[in-house]
Unconditional design. Structure first.
Length: 90
């Protein structure tokens, strides 16, 4: 089985850190009683950042799976299981 791609891991970690920053801003907006429009805008940004990170995780696993469709990923997932995971993000 392939070892995790450090560049892909770094990209995913960066996306998650961006989401964490946006979540912190969202919490601050709520705590400060900011207008609904500001809160919803921040909520949308957090949601989008998490979705992109999730897609990147599944896409990375799928790339490994494409190399050998009969082989399981490092997490023990088959191509069918990866497809189901991808659909949970939709």
């Amino acid at each position: 089985m392939a070892t995790p791609d450090p560049a892909a891991q770094r990209k995913i970690a960066n996306r998650l850190k961006r989401a964490r920053g946006q979540l912190d801003a969202l919490i601050t907006a709520v705590e400060e009683g900011r207008p609904c429009r500001d809160v919803v805008t921040q909520l949308s940004a957090v949601s989008s950042a998490l979705d992109k990170a999730g897609y990147a995780v599944v896409a990375t696993a799928m790339q490994d799976c494409l190399a050998d469709p009969e082989q399981k990923t490092d997490d023990g997932l088959t191509a069918d299981e990866l497809e189901k995971l991808f659909l949970t993000l939709a």
